[in-house]
Design a protein around this ligand. Structure first.
Ligand code: SF4
Length: 345
């Protein structure tokens, strides 16, 4: 086993109010007729002004649920936040009234989703939809809101914005609709943008264009971003840090370069090995065996143990702590140092 330092509690690693946004030891469960699904099991992460954090994981890992908890848009019931804190500029959003949450939503923290078509209203022109928030939240006149909507469409690089402002969502391509949704999210100048699988529904070329746009906007506007994705391939050029989620836990957290160079958790290692590499001829792609766990019956000990090539008896018996490996990187694995050494070879 590794001799790395055991982190006492991830939540206490940062000073009070030290980050723009901080999720602390969040636990969320879904109570259904079939039983209780433990979807978030002690997630902690933070975001500083102007930086991009990628939150990576398979479907059902809890990455989107954490984002919905930040936004205050979890469906409750069945969702129930059991414990934890979500600090925005030092204030715990979970103790705020719905009216206070509404003030934060959109104006401080905005979110874009995977499926722009269902997020947009088919019966209103896109310009009207972009301007709606400005009219209702900022009290802007129709003419000013229209002017600002054109500026926002220019900002997200929709060609001929002035001519297209009256077009309806179905008249735009998938990539252009995603740009409309980004324009809507930026309307109130949020300090944080949460992008939940923003490119999943798009083809590869358009995916790259949207990722480039998000990277440019972050530079231009200086906002911080949480990029939620299942695709490790899309985060390399955009994110500063990556938090890898599995079964409602952060299993590895590192800066992008360190994580790509040598992952310290077998799950991240498996994800990296399953990305095709253009520089390797005849490469056989590895896959991670098995499926993500049923969150109503999470395996004992380390939740990844039924799929892990490094598994030993201690993994079945004991839940691993978060181990600090230097440079602020952490791994929730009993054998983190060994995995790291193995990856670096
Ligand atoms: Fe694998 Fe054990 Fe590490 Fe879990 S604790 S990831 S089962 S080696």
């Amino acid at each position: 086993m590794t001799d790395a330092v055991i982190q006492p509690t991830p939540a206490s690693a940062t000073p009070e109010g030290g980050h723009l946004l901080e999720v602390r030891d969040l636990h969320v469960e879904f109570r259904t007729h079939e039983g209780v699904a433990k979807v978030i099991n002690g997630v902690s992460y933070h975001l500083d002004a102007g930086e991009t954090l990628a939150v990576l994981g398979e479907s059902g890992s809890g990455k989107s649920v954490t984002a919905q908890a930040i936004m205050g848009i979890l469906d409750s019931p069945p969702a129930h936040i059991r414990s934890g804190q979500i600090l925005y500029q030092g204030r715990d959003l979970l103790t705020q009234s719905e009216e206070q949450r509404r003030q934060v939503r959109g104006k401080e923290i905005a979110m874009i989703f995977q499926d722009a078509l269902s997020a947009l209203n088919p019966v209103f022109p896109v310009g009207w939809q972009i301007g709606e928030t400005l009219r209702t939240r900022e009290g802007m006149s129709r003419a000013d809101a229209r002017r600002r909507a054109i500026e926002l469409m220019d900002l997200v690089k929709i060609p001929a914005a002035e001519r297209r402002i009256g077009d309806y969502p179905h008249q735009f391509s998938g990539g252009m609709r995603q740009r409309v949704m980004i324009a809507m999210a930026l309307a109130l100048n949020p300090k944080v943008l949460i992008a939940d699988e923003p490119t999943t529904a798009l083809d590869v070329t358009v995916q790259a264009q949207i990722m480039d746009l998000l990277a440019d906007l972050r530079q231009e506007l200086g906002m911080a971003m949480i990029l939620i994705t299942h695709d490790l391939g899309v985060v390399a050029g955009v994110a500063d840090r990556i938090a890898v989620m599995y079964a409602g836990r952060i299993v590895e957290h590192a800066d992008v370069r360190s994580l790509y160079r040598a992952p310290a958790h077998p799950y991240t290692k498996g994800l990296l090995e399953s990305i095709p590499r253009l520089d390797v001829k005849g490469q056989e792609l590895a896959t991670i065996k098995g499926l993500p766990p049923n969150l109503m019956r999470i395996p004992s000990g380390c939740p990844f143990h039924p799929r892990c090539p490094y598994v030993q008896q201690v993994c079945v018996d004991v839940v691993p702590h978060s181990l600090v490996l230097g440079d602020g990187r952490t791994s929730e694995c009993h054998f983190a140092q060994e995995v790291l050494d193995d990856s670096a070879r």
